[in-house]
Design a protein around this ligand. Sequence first.
Ligand code: SAM
Length: 345
Amino acid sequence: MGALPAHLENSDTGRSLLDPFGRAITYLRVSVTDRCDFRCVYCMSEDMAFLPKRDLLTLEEIDRICSAFVDRGVRKLRITGGEPLVRRDIMTLFGSLSRHLDSGVLDELTVTTNGSQLARHAKELAACGVKRINVSIDTLDPEKFRRITRWGDLTKVLQGLDAAQNAGLKVKINTVALKGVNEDEIEALLEWAHGRGMDLTLIEVMPLGEIDGQRIDQFLPLSLVRARLAGRYTLEDLADRTGGPARYVRVKETGGRLGFITPMTHNFCESCNRVRLTCTGQLFMCLGQEDAADLRAPVRASESNELLERSIVDAIARKPKGHDFIIDRRHARPALSRHMSVTGG
Ligand code: SAM
């Protein structure tokens, strides 16, 4: 193994992970399963082939990898999927990771979920130190919800939301803007979310993985949505960046916050602080590129973390500058073969 590049060596100033462009990696997103109890039309095809269970990292291995990142300066962990709350015994992972919140080395442990299992897990999440969660809801119309998710039940998700808010969790709603599907509902979603004290973030659909249908038919540029909303509401730009790609506005009439995630019309790579771990231990340094580093082999090769740490440092040294997604008629195939459920949205 060669010497580390000088800027990645441990130094007196700390053991933080800096990529070749000087960006500090402080945020790890972990997809704990590629399975989901929904089949959202823009996310998955109906007959998805899932990974064999033996390929998955155990919860203990996920904890080890997360802890190695925390040890190198990661301050925020997001558990995602697939649907993270369908993974068996997932609460033991939240329970064990919460020690890093207790010791103060981690600022935030959070989760992105479709909400279907929140009714039974909300209290325990709060007990594990989770303060804020993201819940994905694209429509408030039960039939449309079923059409978009193929298998989802809106009533159950709304019960989950109630449970989350009753447990004291702050909720942000994520909505993928879909042409001709929910574009007429954005105002209603905004009024509803802000009325319940929840932020709303709108997301542009990204060309990840084969789905049944054409991306171009789903794609709705948020520049258009924003222009329409501006006709009805006063949108005041906010400087808040919550360490993520969303740009926020305050909606004066509702008092709530509205976020825009625009990977298609405006990419946000220059401030990227994150990397993504899949449930099989692949580390993706960029959501929009194919390159990944295997962390499962070093975890399994030895009980000490030396190899693992070296692999992490080497991987961060390969983090690319950014990505360019394209959706148009000439690019009918997905930009990337993997689905969002692999790397966790
Ligand atoms: N199951 C959880 C959920 O529903 O939030 C976590 C995983 S899901 C892949 C995370 C987010 O990615 C969801 O908000 C989902 O709507 C979004 N998503 C999935 N596929 C996407 C795509 N192709 N483009 C944009 N967002 C996508």
